[in-house]
Design a protein around this ligand. Structure first.
Ligand SMILES: C[S@@+](CC[C@H](N)C(=O)[O-])C[C@H]1O[C@@H](n2cnc3c(N)ncnc32)[C@H](O)[C@@H]1O
Length: 214
């Protein structure tokens, strides 16, 4: 099968940036208490449903996979970039990390109790997002939980605005529009957080959407 250009471009860019990205997040999410709160809520909902396998989709160097592990989840990481996966494996040889794409996951239907896509949909061209949302739904069990985080914008008339991300062309998304798309795909929204940027982030809001597969 021919790979879409955006996957090749994104993989190559993150392969180049992987070591620097890992350094930037060497402290994990210490400086991101609101993000940790949403991740904690996600973990609590997965536990409340009896637990089960969880995937960190677009896990990068694995720092958030590690956080999910520390919250008692049975978690593994998947990322497009082999360099990111090599760093993640070196940091946490006890956890499972695989190279793969959210556009076509090598996971059986209904396999997961939870899936997280933290800043990993941001390089997906808008016309490809419905297929990625459908893939999230396919791999989750009924009642499974999904946490999606992304740079946001507040004009609901537009699904996306592109921005000059350091690594590769990226898109900010309307939280309302992404939530509506996921609802149409077969999810129920449980909660959302839209937080202000931190001082060293670009001046965009950041959104976390927590949903359940209906
Ligand atoms: C901004 S980083 C976020 C990393 C990590 N989730 C975090 O919270 O810091 C985006 C990551 O998503 C990965 N990614 C982008 N598109 C992907 C896709 N289609 N499938 C899997 N991973 C993807 C990139 O390789 C990169 O490691």
């Amino acid at each position: 099968m021919i790979e879409p250009d955006f996957l090749h471009t994104t993989r190559t860019a993150y392969d180049t940036w992987a070591a620097r990205y890992a350094e930037l997040f060497a402290n994990g999410l210490e400086d991101f208490p609101l993000d940790r709160a949403m991740i904690g809520a996600f973990a609590a909902f997965v536990h409340a449903e009896g637990g089960g396998p969880v995937a960190d989709l677009g896990c990068g160097p694995g720092h958030v996979t590690s956080l999910l592990d520390s919250l008692g989840l049975d978690v593994s990481g998947i990322d497009l970039s082999p360099e990111m996966i090599a760093i993640a494996r070196a940091a946490r040889p006890d956890l499972r990390f695989d190279v793969g794409s959210m556009t076509a996951l090598d996971l059986a239907d209904g396999k997961l109790a939870g899936a997280m896509a933290r800043y990993s949909i941001i390089h997906t061209p808008p016309e490809q997002l419905p297929a990625v949302c459908a893939e999230f739904r396919r791999v989750l069990a009924p009642g499974g939980h999904l946490l999606v985080a992304f740079q946001a914008h507040d004009d609901p008339s537009a699904l996306t605005e592109s921005f000059d991300h350091k690594v590769a062309l990226a898109y900010r998304w309307s939280p309302d529009r992404v939530a509506a798309l996921l609802t149409e795909t077969g999810f129920t929204e449980k909660a959302r957080l839209v937080r202000a940027p931190l001082t060293d982030e670009r001046p965009f809001p950041h959104a976390h959407l927590l949903l359940t597969k209906t």
